[in-house]
Unconditional design. Structure first.
Length: 245
């Protein structure tokens, strides 16, 4: 069962000293304004930018949910259906103050679960899906960041882990294992882009392999056409594995 944080007691109105003349009217007006501010706070969006990266922010909500919304696609500008994260019914905004919306309900539910399982403190380092989502929305929609991401992945592709094979003389068994595990991937890439993947021979030119320029151009063109969500995921996996393939 998910542990919930007990709701705090209602805020008590401040006591102000005032003259007896018109005192009741002033007090009532003050309480009305205070009530309006409370209601406005309840209805306002939740900014994730207020969360501390070190995990010291206290949990301030009871439950997380998902809401279906209509938003403008950042690339085409056309209205599309999306799914927004909510905390106690309030929509959530990214650190860049953009609505935290996901392209499908499963992704939104996964992020809602990350928030739902937080205990007394919110620990961002335990929320990888939320991190990927805010990165895609806030960063990969920027042309300069998108360009930098693609360039980084292409650098990895030039020395892709799957292209660097062991020495067949000193480690023949390892070479065979690499061939069995990796050839299926390099063959798929070669077939998809219609150009052969360069694979090194550690006996001769380890780290000196090169892909045909036509293959490099085709892969870069493919990355450039990707939606920011796919590009974000590719960037993360490429950095973690040392392989774009």
């Amino acid at each position: 069962a998910v542990r919930r944080v007990a709701a705090r007691g209602a805020v008590q109105p401040l006591v102000r000293w005032m003259s007896s003349a018109g005192g009741g009217a002033v007090s009532k007006e003050y309480e009305e304004k205070l009530g309006d501010k409370r209601n406005e706070k309840k209805k306002s969006d939740v900014p994730l930018g207020m969360l501390k990266a070190d995990g010291s922010s206290k949990r301030f909500y009871g439950s997380a949910g998902v809401e279906r919304v209509t938003v403008d696609d950042p690339r085409s500008g056309a209205p599309v259906t999306a799914f927004c994260l909510t905390l106690d019914g309030r929509q959530v905004r990214t650190p860049a103050n953009k609505l935290l919306t996901l392209p499908n309900e499963n992704m939104a539910m996964a992020i809602a679960l990350e928030f739902d399982v937080q205990d007394l403190y919110i620990q961002p380092f335990t929320m990888p899906m939320t991190t990927l989502a805010t990165t895609a929305i806030d960063q990969l929609t920027k042309p300069a960041v998108r360009k930098h991401s693609i360039e980084g992945m292409m650098r990895v592709f030039q020395s892709d882990l799957l292209s660097l094979r062991s020495n067949s003389k000193s480690a023949p068994e390892l070479v065979q294992l690499e061939k069995e595990a990796w050839d299926v991937v390099t063959d798929w890439v070669s077939e998809k882009y219609k150009h052969p993947v360069g694979v090194s021979d550690a006996d001769v030119d380890w780290l000196l392999h090169s892909h045909p320029q036509e293959l490099i151009d085709a892969v870069e063109s493919d990355l450039s056409s990707r939606h920011e969500w796919r590009l974000t995921a590719l960037d993360q996996v490429t950095g973690s594995t040392g392989s774009l393939m």
